[in-house]
Design a protein. Structure first.
Length: 411
């Protein structure tokens, strides 16, 4: 029991709901948050869709204190961490008596804050910058702000590994607990959608390309896909040593059984290498969980509508699971949330936790014709009832990072 890592709570701020239950119910109902971007002009871009959190207000979660020191990503992360701690039963008194850590994954950190701070300094002079913004220009600002706000005095780390950052953060936190260095860690990811990141992905040609031949929005693994749509959010889980959680009488929702990460040095340019890297991550995670591929009941894929990324992931799943791949149920929730970057892997993890408990797997809305190159048959446009004990989560990034995690339903 002492070496096991369990999940005792989860918190989420997303465009489809601000609790794990709301998020999961929306996903299973096939609801999509994707629509015209309102927070900045998109008239110069081909893609004008996004998955914005239109109603977010940090004050709704973090009342009673001055929020001026927290930029948007810090507010998203701090709010989601608060929801996770509350769901796990951690009170301010308990946090003052125990060291709880924070591991936050993000792709771009406070990119909007960094850009605005530096632009003002360069154009009108450093004497006109806002001193409060300087603290948020460092890449670990959100993790530090959340830890200060919630009195998290354990390890504090920021993981920046592209779109895999959120799931990587949970994997790092699990390793810290399994090694005995921490008893409890809040772990997950956060990223905001801003003009700067939107511009970068657009110029790189990776965003969804609307046309009369394409669907109205990205559909992962569909042969009509043409790119992804950006989203935003924050999602955290509370990981604990199983013995520590039992002693404090905590509820347990799931257990982290296996985790593995790999790096594709070709960054997708070599198809065979890219597929094999993700395949090895999947197989290593399943092996680390001491399971066989046949025991995995479902997969939450990283697929987001990317032509190359979806194809490579589908092929990697097919190779990793062999004959099992022909019937293996696979979901891709980025079809409804968009590509939420550093938050994506932790949002997938929370969806898997909910699915293991409720026996449901979200579908891929409007999926019509699966691309044969993806080599997957267990895809469905509708949610499905499944008796799931073990689930696998994939996370992959265009810059070569990839990882996989196996979760088990708590019984």
């Amino acid at each position: 029991m002492e070496s096991r890592v369990v999940i005792t709570g989860a918190g989420v701020v997303s465009s489809l709901g601000n609790s794990p239950e709301q998020l999961f119910d929306a996903l299973c109902a096939g609801h999509s948050c994707l629509g015209p971007v309102e927070s900045f002009p998109t008239d110069r871009f081909d893609c004008r869709l996004g998955g914005e959190i239109k109603s977010f207000s940090g004050a709704a979660y973090l009342n009673g204190r001055n929020l001026n020191a927290l930029d948007r990503i810090s507010q998203l992360a701090t709010a989601a961490a608060q929801l996770a701690l509350g769901d796990s039963g951690w009170t301010p008194q308990m946090l003052s008596e125990n060291e709880v850590g924070m591991v936050l994954g993000t792709m771009f950190a406070g990119l909007r804050t960094i850009h605005e701070f530096e632009y003002r300094a360069l154009t009108v002079g450093p004497e006109y910058v806002r001193p409060l913004e300087f603290a948020n220009t460092v890449l670990n600002a959100a993790a530090g702000q959340a830890a200060i706000w919630h009195n998290l005095r354990g390890v504090n780390s920021t993981i920046m590994r592209g779109q895999t950052s959120g799931l990587q953060a949970i994997g790092v936190a699990a390793d810290l607990i399994r090694s005995g260095r921490e008893n409890a860690v809040v772990a997950g990811g956060a990223d905001e959608m801003c003009w700067e990141s939107f511009y970068g992905f657009s110029m790189a040609g990776q965003l969804f390309k609307p046309s009369s031949a394409n669907p109205a929005y990205p559909i992962p693994f569909d042969r009509r896909r043409s790119g992804f749509v950006l989203g935003e959010g924050a999602a955290f889980v509370v990981l604990e040593n199983a013995g520590f959680a039992a002693r404090r009488g905590a509820r347990v929702f799931a257990e982290v059984l296996g985790f593995a990460n790999r790096y594709d040095y070709t960054q997708g340019r070599d198809r065979e290498n890219s597929v094999n890297v993700l395949r090895h991550a999947i197989q290593s995670a399943v092996k680390g969980a001491r399971l066989s591929p046949d025991q995995i009941d479902a997969v939450h894929a990283s697929a987001n509508g990317s032509i190359v990324g979806d194809r490579n992931e589908g092929e990697a799943i097919a190779l990793a699971f062999g004959e099992r791949a022909s019937t293996l149920p696979v979901s891709a929730i980025k079809s409804m949330l968009g590509e939420t970057l550093g938050a994506s892997g932790s949002l997938q993890a929370i969806a898997m936790i909910e699915g293991l408990q409720k026996g449901m797997l979200p579908g891929i809305p409007d999926l019509q014709a699966t691309d044969t190159d993806c080599r997957l048959r267990g895809l469905s446009p509708s949610s499905r009832c499944l008796d799931m004990e073990y689930g696998l989560i994939n996370s992959a990034s265009e810059d070569g990072f990839c990882c996989s995690m196996v979760l088990a339903r708590h019984s």
